[in-house]
Write a new protein. Sequence first.
Length: 454
Amino acid sequence: MKEYDVIVIGSGSGLSLVYKALADNLNVALVAKDYLGGTCLNVGCVPSKTLIHPADKIVEIEEARKLGVTASIVNIDFGGIMERTRSYIKKGTDRIRNDLITSEGLDFYEAEAHFIADYTLLVQGEQIRGRKIFIASGARPLIPPIGGLDASSYLTNETLLQLKARPESMVIIGGSYIGVEYAHFFAAMGTRVTVVEMTKRLIPFEEPEISELLKRKMQNRMEVYTDATAIKVNRQTDNHEVLIRDNVTGEERTIPGQTILVAAGRISNADRLQLANTGVETGRGNFITVDDYLMTTKENIWAVGDATGKQMFTHAADREVEVAWVNATQPGEKVKMDFSSVPHAVFSHPPIASIGLTEEEAAKTHEILVGKAQYSDIVQGDARMEEEGFAKAIADKATRRILGFHIIGPEAPELIQEVVNMVANGVDIEAITESMHIFPSLSELVPEALGNLE
């Protein structure tokens, strides 16, 4: 049996742990079979945003007429856009694989593994044991139990990247982050898109008025059904029919689509590791249970990234790596993972960015102030004729610290960063409202919302 100072399972955020261990001259094993570089590089944020960028440009051209600019799109090279994305992924994975196989002090097992005893894995017929183990095993698409779905040629965020021809029509099952982003992309490419979301709102974890505005905007370009459940799929020769039911009225209707994209959520890959054999517990959705310090229920085993199911974003995983490594290697220091300061963005059209609590969540435990500003309240927003986008701030009345901040509109993911910095540094709203902002710029939206707190 081989023994290692550190075993890392998973090559997304796990790669950073590998490099940290190698930098400390530790004996390291990396176990990773699929998606070298992780979900983000292979089937997640990197390829999706590579695709969404041209989609943004297409919609900007189409919407320029409101500014007095009439332009036409002569051609969209769907196959070329997809191939460029695949090439970008391959370039990244090839670089990572070369780095790993040439790294001294590292044994790279490009294979599946599972636990057979405490701190012991079986991989490629060989037993390996680690003094410290980090699990970054990630997650995969959840496939709901819809009748006939298994017999259909459905896509997921993983398999759609292999498309070479644009689908004429598509039914997207799921209206959360993945669903609305790809709805934007395919609609921009010219596909007839229908989105079916079983909850009352699109992206239900966002502020209700953000969900409502996004739905209105999306309905200008596609069909959107919320509070509706897909109950059956019929596959025909060159098409599919998805039977959906209204959750309120019980009314049923059939939605045709050349293909189906399933974007109904994510489930943990932890079920493949047989974690019970090493004393690591899992919770809802089979995600790994960790404490505030990212240690599992087994001493000297930590879990990070999508494996925990907490905040499934790359930047969150990067911070979790830092926290877990300090806690694993510096016994005198204990660092908690602060999930409350993790921002996120949805690259829909319009884009969305948020940090912290919604108004409903904050009101349960705080006396709050709420402020709102429309893009049209500031010169740059008005000049863009941005009539509906807005920012919403929620602050604690006593401390005047931000509890939540939410934006929907142009450049939202960039605008939120100023608030993220403020939250991370634990300062009150005056850190922004009393600082100078360029006039005229979209950045004025943030202090404008904070200035309207009441």
